[in-house]
Design a protein around this ligand. Structure first.
Ligand code: HEM
Length: 423
């Protein structure tokens, strides 16, 4: 059986600028449980949209995340050398490893994410959120029109500070890493931009590893450096794991907070339910994860052998690439009903989402991200009960140009708005 052809024979071309993630997800769902697509750069893959098929594939022994072993197009040089999505398969981390390599790369990260360690972060998250919200007030006060960008100063800021804490990042390096992180995961970059980002990331990571080798601490970077020195991680795996942790913990949680804020301001009745305690903030977080999967598409998985899925009748060929369309999965009408596109914090199926994945690669930071949401969202709305958008309607917000991270470029707000939340 031959794998998908590597040139423009795909029925659906994914929009690298990600201007309408849910429109695209709905169109793909209508085409079937999995659909051949063309990725930016003309590379073919399957977009998998059906929740049950996703569950089956994510635990299937013939599905791997390791392009270095299992993607013929990558190994035989058929991919363009300057393919802008290369970073997603080049890096050597838990997210691109299979079988024993996956276990080996996951092991040094585990201690940072035990239930006890994450619970212990609650007071630190609350303190950090309070400090972040103090800064939000300062930024608004300094702006001539009183407008502050909540994406930069809240939704991105808190997760970034928590990731820098987990990794033990020296403060002097915060801004440099954040700048590269903010652009490196865009899926509409030119080859030159992607190469420049990678070069800068490499240089910053080298500096971080040097600091932590000399001055180790009780942090994830030091744990990874120790594993490297004990021969359990190669030099590349060490650098790439650090890079991956920053991306995994930051843009994702920023997207969760971003969309939760937009949805709550758009649905003041639901905000009231949460503020009055009639609906828990945990439920708000779960509905937000379902309705707006922060990782809209997950790149990549590969078939190590031909696979026929009885339930759907689909056959995937050895070497085919899979993209898991978590945005589509969260709004599946079969699971959530015909109003799956509606944000509803009272929805009984809110928790039936796969936003953190499923199976051996299930998100390590899921409980941390949930905790950040459950603490930061009530802190924001208690502190600024008059919060209102400084744009006329939700469709005036510009989406991030990323097929992966589902968020907005900016969330301009006024802290003391009118009774209309969109002004
Ligand atoms: C709302 C926030 C988050 C979302 C929606 C999210 C989502 C995901 C998804 C979809 C995967 C891949 C699962 C798969 O396809 O099988 C993943 C993996 C991962 N996530 Fe998260 N994530 C979030 C926050 C975090 C945070 C805060 C951290 C750490 C600080 C983190 C660390 C990881 C790691 C290390 C993996 C790789 C696990 C593996 O491959 O074994 N994530 N996440």
């Amino acid at each position: 059986m031959s794998s998908l052809p590597l040139r423009n024979h795909c029925p659906y071309t994914l929009d690298g600028s990600a201007s309408d993630i849910h429109g695209e997800a709905a169109a793909l769902r209508a085409m079937g449980p999995a659909t051949p697509v063309e990725l930016p750069g003309g590379v073919p893959a399957w977009s998998v949209t059906d929740p049950e098929l996703v569950r089956r594939l994510l635990v299937h022994p013939h599905v791997s995340m390791d392009a270095h072993q299992h993607w013929p197009a990558y190994l035989n040089g058929a991919l363009p050398a300057d393919w802008p999505l290369r970073i997603w398969v080049d890096i050597r981390t838990v997210q691109t490893a299979h079988g024993p390599d996956h276990k080996r790369l996951r092991q040094p990260l585990v201690p940072a994410f035990t239930a006890r360690r994450v619970r212990a972060l609650a007071s630190q998250i609350a303190d950090t959120a309070a400090a972040v919200l103090d800064d939000v007030a300062k930024v608004a006060a300094a702006a001539p029109d009183g407008v502050v960008d909540l994406r930069t100063h809240f939704a991105s800021r808190l997760p970034w500070l928590m990731v820098t804490e987990l990794l033990g990042l020296p403060e002097a390096m915060h801004d440099g890493f954040q700048r590269v992180n903010d652009t490196v995961f865009a899926t509409d970059l030119t080859a030159e931009q992607a190469a420049a980002n990678t070069a800068q990331a490499t240089q910053l990571l080298g500096a971080l590893i040097a600091v932590k080798t000399e001055h180790p601490g009780d942090d994830v970077t030091s744990a990874l450096v120790r594993a490297h020195r004990a021969g359990r991680l190669s030099e590349q795996e060490l650098a790439d794991s650090l890079w991956m942790m920053m991306g995994a913990g930051y843009g994702t949680t920023a997207a969760l907070l971003d969309h939760a804020v937009v949805n709550l301001l758009t649905h003041p009745d639901q905000l009231d339910l949460a503020m009055s305690g009639r609906v828990g903030w945990d439920q708000v977080v779960e509905e937000s994860l379902r309705h707006q999967a922060p990782v809209a598409n997950f790149f990549f998985r590969f078939l190590t052998e031909d696979l026929h899925d009885e339930a759907t009748g689909l056959t995937f060929a050895q070497g085919d690439a899979l993209v898991i369309n978590y945005a589509a999965v969260g709004r599946d009408p079969g699971v959530h009903g015909t109003d799956a596109h509606v944000f509803d914090v009272t929805r009984p199926t809110a928790r039936k989402h796969l936003a953190f994945g499923h199976g051996p690669h299930y998100c390590m930071g899921a409980e941390l991200a949930r905790l950040e949401g459950r603490i930061a969202l009530p802190a924001l709305f208690s502190r600024y009960p008059g919060l209102a958008f400084a744009v006329a309607a939700p469709d005036r917000l510009t989406p991030l140009p990323s097929l992966i991270f589902n968020g907005h470029r900016e969330l301009p707000v006024r802290l003391e708005g009118t009774s209309n939340r969109w002004t």
